[in-house]
Write a protein that binds this ligand. Structure first.
Ligand code: MG
Length: 262
């Protein structure tokens, strides 16, 4: 059952969300060919520590605990890439996902960035993934149930002959990073039968995170137990915001200081 948050609680979550936005800006300032993904991660880790926020990803349970404060996924890597010695190269796209907990409240956001100039089809992939997220945020106000939003996102992506990853979904967020409900970016057989659908009510806080592929929607896990790659090796993009529903419409809690979104 999803939890509805009070305006006062949302104001606390906004503080965590703003830090996540600012951590992303630190990464953006460092993006260039030659920088390693470990260097980007170290900057985010330092930033959260400076602000007395706990990184949510570090130590996240799995076959091996996740070892870093960010997931950094390059090109055909979809999500959950582990930062390391790999250097970014001109033409790469790099998905950075990070989250923190501040005063007991969580924020989580991801974006895919271009390193220099990227191929036109890759630029379009990034645009469609980002627009799918913007579309979902705009629709929160106009729809009464999540399945309606998910259907529009899925249709938008498919219209551009791209695919929506189904193996991973967004999530409720609040005191913990992953809370109910699950927030799929598509309408599956379950949801079509009414299972897992939820009402869009004021106080709901969800992390919406479309993952879009150029080729197949299928993914596989690499030997490091974490990194997800597309099954056909073609590029993937990922955008995420933590978003609250309020009486006055959607509130992007991981937006910039002036409400900027990806
Ligand atoms: Mg998330």
């Amino acid at each position: 059952m999803e939890i509805l948050r009070s305006p006062r609680e949302l104001a606390e979550m906004r503080k965590a969300g703003l830090l996540v936005w600012q951590a992303h800006q630190r990464v953006v300032a460092m993006l260039r060919p030659g920088v390693t993904t470990a260097e980007l991660d170290a900057e985010v880790d330092r930033f959260f520590a400076e602000h007395h926020a706990q990184p949510l990803f570090k130590g996240f349970p799995g076959a091996v605990p996740f070892p870093a404060s960010t997931c950094i996924s390059i090109n055909e890597e979809v999500v959950h890439g582990i930062p390391g010695k790999r250097q970014l190269a001109e033409g790469d796209i790099v998905s950075v996902d990070t989250g923190c907990k501040l005063n007991g409240w969580c924020g989580d956001a991801a974006a895919t960035y271009a390193v220099g100039r990227v191929a036109p089809e890759v630029r379009q992939l990034m645009d469609v993934a980002k627009n799918a997220l913007s579309l979902a945020i705009a629709l929160l106000d106009r729809c009464s149930r999540w399945s309606q939003v998910a259907a529009e996102m899925e249709a938008y992506v498919k219209k551009h002959r791209l695919s929506v990853v189904e193996a991973f979904v967004g999530h409720g967020i609040g005191r913990e990073m992953h809370e109910d409900p699950q927030v799929p970016n598509f309408v599956g057989a379950q949801m079509r039968r009414g299972h897992g659908d939820f009402r869009l009510a004021p106080g709901l806080v969800i992390a919406i995170e479309p993952m879009v592929n150029i080729g197949t929607k299928r993914v596989r896990t690499k030997a490091d137990h974490w990194t997800q790659v597309t099954a056909d090796g073609r590029p993937s993009a990922h955008f995420e915001h933590t978003v609250a529903l309020t009486e006055n419409g959607p509130w992007v809690l991981t937006a910039g200081p002036n409400g900027e979104t990806w």
